[in-house]
Design a protein around this ligand. Structure first.
Ligand code: AMP
Ligand code: ZN
Length: 674
């Protein structure tokens, strides 16, 4: 027993260090594969010895907790906003005010970038993360701890507890690369792309399913250590200590001695910012000395010792030479502006997105116009307006494409949808190859050895017409093809064979049903359990499923009713793909507890906390992370948190043991049997 605890402790420490090296230092020292092995080892041990449960174990970062209502928590000290400045004159005036209050002629400043995301207040007690709360109205915010724990660069336990009890503030951001990756997937699924990284980051904090948050590449950059009895003399010193404790404090932070050096910092980053991996919309200048900060204090809304300087959004005019149309795998048409190449935000821009027909009409964008191009969150810039003074006299309003540029079929547009579609699913090249490419993708069937270009090659050679044809390929057919070596032919066939084991939810996602992304596929698979039940479901049955709306329901019905789809699926079935949830996934599932919400607290005897939560969810109920009026039962084990107990008593919510729970499940059994 002792030995296993030692092993658990050791694995937790090791994994914490690997996370720190990878996500904070950006310097991994272990392969992803070996990391996963260690994590699995830890998970197995934790399941075997539930008495060693630790809410801050690195295994908790995968998420899985579902929160319906986020509890409101009061900030120990208020979260202020910042005063803004837009010019160097504004900054000079600010400096004068400060010097006057402090009665000094020289002030040291800490210059930081203004990270563009959502602010968060982290509270540590005894070196462990206790709560993470959003800014809210500055006085009170939402308790989003379960979601925040999935962000790997945030230490759950401090590496070097210079301080033990304190609060620290930072910005939850979504780095550009991750944001684009997320949007790529959405566009491929026929979903509207997210608007910008900031909104997506702040929206992520309020997602109910923390596993979904864990799948998003969020990061946290720290900028303020709140500590009443701070042993530090300056802001920069405090942040240096935070860095040593394991937090990600950007190295762009710079201490300077004059306001002119502040200007230099602003000038430098006003262009260099485009090379950063995340978005920044300005600079925050802070008086460095904590003594000076205390003397300056706060206005009703912001500290007097800090000021933000906002960068101007870079937008440039250029000529719109042509509008072309791209066809996605679901047939969705995206209009693209082809521009006279122009330098913007550090890169040369030739093309910009025009979104859809409505956008073109609303901005009255025409070929021959001089348009303004801006780089928002996306790497793909967008056209944001027209310089009407430069419009040529013979200019004509844009007539949106009526036919597919790839196959010539007349485009259609469904009511209420923004995008036009090419309906020629089986005769339009980018749709055919796009669907197969989606099918083999990493998040779908994950077929090793087969790439996007090979798919096009196989299609052009007449070897495949749809994804079911992949399962009829033979090494013999592949070998004569140029560009495919013996070895890779074998790997392709092996990869295709291996994909037959992919679980139903992945297969469902791989089918490429419009609006059925990864999460929706999971929900549908869990609810209907097999493809036949899903495809025979009525509109009413579909929209009765949690989070399934009319748009998705109609899309599933359309897909299911298509004879060609049915034939392809029959073919895939006969090849042995998984079209129902496995026995394992089905075991112990029911709807017995539907409508109930549980909160789980403490350590249990008969089953691990994770098993208990899984059992609750498998039987149709919800697990919430915090107690609210909506909670029906609290299942308490040993060491239930005292604050939870008080809250439960206040709200009069019954506290039951794990045995009571199992009995409840049993009794529900009986009543449903009768
Ligand atoms: P505003 O929302 O415009 O009032 O600006 C204040 C917000 O800027 C704070 O709530 C923080 O979330 C955010 N912020 C981003 N970077 C920093 C930084 N380096 N220092 C302080 N606040 C920052
Ligand atoms: Zn077409």
């Amino acid at each position: 027993m002792k030995a296993s605890f030692e092993k658990i402790k050791q694995l937790r420490e090791e994994l914490n260090t690997y996370n720190y090296e990878y996500y904070v230092l950006d310097n991994p020292t272990i392969s992803d594969f070996d990391f996963d092995l260690k994590l699995k080892e830890l998970q197995a041990l934790e399941a075997q010895y539930p008495e060693f449960f630790d809410a801050n174990s690195p295994s908790q970062r995968v998420g899985g907790m579902v929160t319906k209502n986020f509890a409101t928590l009061t900030h120990k000290s208020r979260m202020y906003s910042l005063d803004n400045s837009y010019s160097l004159e504004d900054l000079r005036a600010w400096e004068e005010r400060i010097q006057k209050v402090l009665g000094v002629s020289e002030v040291e400043y800490a210059c930081e970038l203004k990270y563009d995301g959502a602010s968060i207040n982290l509270t540590y007690e005894n070196g462990s993360l206790i709560t993470a709360v959003t800014r809210g109205d500055g006085f009170k915010g939402d308790d989003v701890t379960a979601n925040i724990k999935t962000i790997k660069s945030i230490p759950l336990r401090l590496r070097n507890p210079i301080l033990k009890n304190f609060q620290i503030r930072g910005e939850i951001i979504l780095p550009l690369e991750g944001f684009e990756q997320m949007n790529k997937v959405r566009i491929e699924n026929g979903e509207e792309p997210y608007k910008n990284p900031r909104n997506t980051a702040s929206g992520s904090l309020k997602l109910q399913d923390s596993a979904e948050v864990a799948s998003r590449p969020l990061d946290c950059l720290l900028y303020h250590l709140v500590d009443d009895k701070s042993p530090f003399k300056s802001h920069a010193e405090a942040l240096e200590a935070a860095r040593k404790m394991g937090f990600k404090v950007p190295s762009t932070l710079k201490v300077v001695k004059t306001i002119n050096e502040v200007f230099d910092f602003i000038q430098h980053w006003s262009t260099k910012r485009h090379q950063l991996p995340y978005e920044t919309d300005g600079v925050v200048v802070k008086v460095n000395s904590l003594q000076h900060q205390a003397e300056l204090g706060y206005t009703a809304k912001a500290p007097r010792w800090a000021i933000a300087y906002k960068f101007k959004a870079e937008r440039v005019p250029t000529l719109l030479e042509e509008i072309s149309y791209q066809v996605g795998r679901t047939g969705a048409i995206t209009p693209v502006a082809n521009l006279t190449p122009i330098q913007l935000a550090g890169t040369i821009v030739k093309r910009a997105s025009l979104h859809n027909a409505d956008q073109i009409e609303r901005l009255d964008i025409r070929v021959g116009d001089t348009v303004f191009v801006e780089k928002g969150g996306d790497i793909i810039p967008k056209v944001i307006g027209v310089d009407l003074s430069k419009r040529p006299a013979n200019s004509q309003p844009t007539v949106y494409a009526t036919h597919c540029p790839e196959c010539g079929t007349a485009l259609i547009r469904k009511e209420g949808e923004a995008q036009h579609y090419c309906p020629n699913e089986y005769g339009c090249l980018p749709q055919i190859t796009g669907k197969i490419q989606h099918f083999i993708g990493r998040k779908a069937m994950d077929i090793d050895g087969l790439g996007a270009e090979t798919v096009v090659l196989l299609y052009k050679e007449g070897l495949i017409k749809n994804y079911a044809d992949l399962y009829h390929l033979t090494t013999k057919q592949l070998l004569p093809l140029e560009r495919i070596a013996d070895k890779s032919a074998e790997n392709i066939i092996k990869g295709i064979e291996a994909s037959k084991k992919m679980p139903f939810e992945k297969v469902l996602f791989a089918l490429g049903i419009r609006f059925v992304g990864e999460t929706v596929a999971k929900k549908l698979a869990r609810h209907f359990k097999c493809i036949d039940r899903l495809f025979n479901a009525s509109f009413e049955e579909l929209i009765a499923v949690d989070e399934i709306g009319e748009r998705i329901a109609n899309s599933v019905i359309d897909f299911a009713q298509d004879e060609k789809h049915r034939a392809i699926i029959d073919d895939l079935k006969s090849q042995g793909l998984q079209f129902e949830l496995s026995e394992e996934a089905l075991a112990g599932r029911s709807d017995k507890l539907t409508g109930l919400t549980f909160v789980v607290s403490g350590v249990f005897e008969t089953l691990s906390r994770e098993e208990l939560k899984k059992s609750i969810e498998d039987n149709g109920a919800k697990v919430a992370s915090s107690i609210s009026k909506k909670t029906n039962y609290i299942i308490a084990g040993a060491n239930m948190g005292p604050s939870k107990k008080t809250k439960a008593d206040d709200l009069g919510i019954p506290i039951i043991s794990e045995y009571d729970y199992l009995e409840l499940l049993q009794s529900k059994n009986k009543s449903t049997e009768i």
